[in-house]
Design a protein around this ligand. Structure first.
Ligand SMILES: NC(=O)c1ncn([C@@H]2O[C@H](COP(=O)(O)O)[C@@H](O)[C@H]2O)c1NC=O
Length: 520
């Protein structure tokens, strides 16, 4: 018997989520553990024929104030916190009629779920658990002697530990205690976040997450990395089910997120759309009559870069599109769902990772973005901005044709997801040249134009989107030289007049959105 092995003679069970409770309590009872429990938990155990003592019997005080005070009593907290090896503690416990509690099984009032379903203030406040976290923290503090279970998923492990060891080891209790403190921290962060009520700059911000997987490495092999799920419930890479393929890497996850967030700019009503991403930037985006057509058009934009890319689709993947995708080496495919035929086709590509997100996130839904800086982090609203269609300003003599306008709005949506300085050339609902992440806007235009020139069949008369204003006429002129016939940009430069005159001289139509989409 190891020195830190502790028997479990008496357990306190007080759970909101009653999943697995009966199995656990039955297992404990079979090992001779005395059960103490609160109102509904006790009722459930008693109904199942288990011998259980109500907390009220232990404390000699009824549950009161509508359940606000049940377990907050020295006979409970003394039983959890008393040090078994401390003669003074033992004597005090005996003097006050406090019996030790060796196992605490608590999960909390469902505060997060209550907020998520939009409950009112009074109801939400009542779902702030007080007695539960107090017991969890007490047991976790005294993990030298006490075990604490906060997650039904851990019940079988506890029973297995008792079976194998006859008690719990120090290492086992320490692991449970660590998880317990993480849970109370997560719980309090949710409460404080709810109380901030959407305030843009609350005085304190907590970032919490649950491990999804340990990653082989980070952006580079010498960096350690892990993937956490946390914050808002948004369909995407963190919530997706991986149906097949190799383990996701850090870069796969980041790029898949970039791809799916761009796919979300094309909600189902917009028709099939496909995005191909490499190194966090799209290298091809297109809409089409079918997903296969959209994929073909996206691929045509830059087939060289698309090799080893991430493909995101805005609707369930079908077999025809899967066949087309399977012909090109692709790291990840993400879609809301996939039909049987598509799954069969991709199953032939064992390494390809297929992620099914269950839905498409709402591009315009409010949310927060975080960015780390040395010693702190920046928080901002997600860029859910969409220019007011009624307020788009045609600033040139020539107005865009209907077809040009469709392509301008398409290119604008894509430009929002390209790292600044972003330039997108588009034609016929497809990108035909993308210039990303350059320090000079004119360089981004040149790259986009060069990319278009490298296409198997470069189109005539594309439109151009710029994520921020052209500070000088040179960028616009470079686009005109590449054959662009219409432009969309926020406007707002000191030299707007110069840029508009250059567009007029080139016979281009130009639209101002009065909204910028920097992305760094
Ligand atoms: N007030 C208390 O003393 C108290 N003690 C335990 N609870 C919570 O009551 C729930 C269990 O209650 P029941 O067994 O009646 O369903 C658990 O979520 C537990 O965390 C309490 N409730 C809230 O604070």
């Amino acid at each position: 018997m190891t020195q830190d092995l502790r028997p479990i003679r008496r357990a306190l069970l007080s759970v909101s989520d009653k999943a697995g409770l009966l199995e656990l309590a039955t297992g404990l009872a079979a090992r001779g553990v005395a059960l103490v429990s609160t109102g509904n938990s006790a009722g459930m155990l008693r109904e199942a024929g288990l011998d259980v003592t109500e907390v009220a019997e232990v404390t000699g005080s009824p549950e009161m104030l509508g359940g606000r005070v049940k377990t907050l009593h020295p006979r409970i907290h003394g039983g959890i916190l008393g040090k078994r090896g401390d003669a003074g503690h033992v004597a005090e416990m005996e003097a006050h009629g406090i019996a030790p509690i060796d196992l605490v099984v608590v999960n909390l009032y469902p505060f997060e779920a209550t907020v998520a379903r939009g409950a009112g203030f009074e109801e939400t406040v009542e779902q702030i658990d007080v007695g539960g976290p107090a017991m969890i923290r007490a047991a976790a503090k005294n993990h030298a002697d006490v075990a604490v279970l906060t997650d039904p998923a851990d019940y079988p492990a506890l029973l297995a530990e008792l079976e194998a060891q006859g008690g719990t080891t120090g290492a086992f209790r320490r692991g449970l205690a660590r998880k317990a403190f993480a849970r109370t921290a997560e719980y309090d962060a949710a409460i404080s976040g709810w109380m901030a009520g959407g305030e843009a700059a609350p005085g304190f911000r907590a970032l919490t997450g649950r491990l999804v997987q340990t990653l082989r490495y980070g952006e580079n092999p010498h960096q350690r990395a892990a993937f956490y799920r946390g914050g808002e419930a948004r369909a995407g890479v963190a919530t997706a089910m991986q149906v097949q393929g190799k383990e996701l890497s850090y870069n796969n996850i980041a790029d898949t997120d970039a791809a799916y967030e761009l796919a979300a700019e094309f909600p189902a009503g917009d028709g099939p759309a496909c995005v191909i991403v490499k190194h966090a930037n799209p290298c091809g985006v297109a809409t089409g009559a079918t997903l296969a057509e959209a994929y073909g058009k996206a691929l045509a934009c830059d087939p060289v870069s698309a090799f080893g890319g991430i493909v995101a689709l805005n609707r369930p993947l079908d077999a025809e599109a899967a066949e087309a995708i399977a012909k090109v080496f692709t790291e990840v495919v993400i879609a809301p769902d996939a039909d049987e035929g598509a799954r069969e086709v991709l199953a032939r590509k064992g390494n390809l990772r297929l992620l099914l997100a269950g839905g498409l996130p709402e591009a315009v839904a409010p949310g927060l973005m975080w960015k780390q800086v040395a010693g702190g982090f920046l928080v901002q609203d997600r860029d859910a901005g969409v220019p007011d269609m009624g307020k788009l300003r045609v600033v040139t003599r020539r107005a865009p044709t209907e077809e040009e306008m469709r392509d301008l709005l398409f290119a604008w949506r894509v430009a929002k997801h390209v790292k600044s300085n972003a330039i997108v050339l588009a034609k016929g609902g497809a990108t035909v040249g993308i210039g990303a992440g350059q320090m000079s806007r004119v360089d981004s235009v040149r790259i986009a134009a060069r990319k278009m020139g490298e296409m198997a069949a470069p189109p005539a008369g594309p439109v151009v989107a710029s994520d921020a204003f052209f500070p000088f006429a040179d960028g616009l002129l470079a686009a005109a030289e590449a054959g662009a016939v219409a432009a969309i940009q926020p406007g707002g430069s000191m030299r707007d007049a110069e840029v508009i005159a250059a567009a007029d001289a080139a016979g281009m139509a130009m639209v101002f959105t009065d909204m910028r989409h920097f992305r760094h």
